[in-house]
Design a protein around this ligand. Structure first.
Ligand SMILES: *Cc1c(COP(=O)(O)O)cnc(C)c1O
Length: 220
């Protein structure tokens, strides 16, 4: 794992982006090995699994929730989560804000935008995201900090298509920053790119790539 990981880390760093190691289905031992090689950001898509690992692994890990999040599970991760990438509804954001208040912290989140063609993918459409951002800038969610956008491209070999979807997400971020220039600095993150498409994502402006398979090998 070592050599490949070092060059992946270097490639991501050169692009001024952050590497989120997607550790779903991996054991705490596998995660600890990656940690020992210098990784500190890990992404999980299920709350239960995340909690088990959070308890066993070093406290200076930044845990990212990258999968669909149910409102009734927010309370479990609110005390420690570094970033929730998958905010896909106003109701979910309200719950995160409430749990942020209870924990006396401001929880960083990304709005997940639907950029893929597939019907099954979660995510907001652009008007839905704009509505949320408009309430946010009025101060509706004081215990949440929206730091940018997340997107998942269509699952296809067609990297040209994937690239256009990433570009669309980057353009949408530019658009909302223009509309709300006071937040242009705060809305700086673009979470896009996985093992199969992270290079295109970096070229299109990704600041956080979420990579599992390339780091840990295939999942069963
Ligand atoms: C599993 C997953 C990834 C990582 O996928 P790989 O192909 O293993 O790199 C990235 N983002 C999300 C939301 C995921 O669920």
């Amino acid at each position: 794992m070592r050599e490949e990981l070092m060059s992946l880390m270097e490639e991501v760093r050169r692009a001024n982006a952050r590497l989120i190691a997607v550790s779903k289905t991996r054991t705490p031992e596998e995660i600890k090995r990656a940690y020992d090689l210098g990784l500190r950001d890990f992404g999980e898509n299920r709350v239960q699994e995340l909690l088990g690992k959070y308890e066993q692994l070093p406290a200076d890990i930044h845990w990212h929730l990258i999968g669909h999040l149910q409102k009734n599970k927010v309370k479990y991760i609110a005390p420690f989560i570094a970033c929730i990438h998958s905010v896909d509804s106003l109701d979910l954001l309200k719950v995160i804000d409430k749990e942020g208040f209870k924990n006396q912290r401001i929880i960083p989140v990304l709005l997940q935008i639907k950029i893929a063609e597939e019907e099954t993918k979660y995510g907001l459409d652009e008007p839905g995201a704009e509505d949320i951002l408009a309430s946010y800038v009025k101060g509706a969610f004081p215990h949440v900090r929206i730091v940018g956008l997340m997107g998942m491209a269509t699952f296809t070999e067609d990297l040209g298509k994937v690239r256009l979807e990433f570009r669309k997400l980057a353009r949408f971020l530019e658009l909302v920053k223009k509309k709300h220039p006071d937040y242009a600095g705060e809305w700086s993150e673009l979470s896009m790119g996985m093992s199969s498409d992270f290079e295109a994502a970096l070229e299109e402006g990704s600041t956080m790539v979420r990579i599992g398979t390339l780091i840990f090998g295939p999942r069963d």
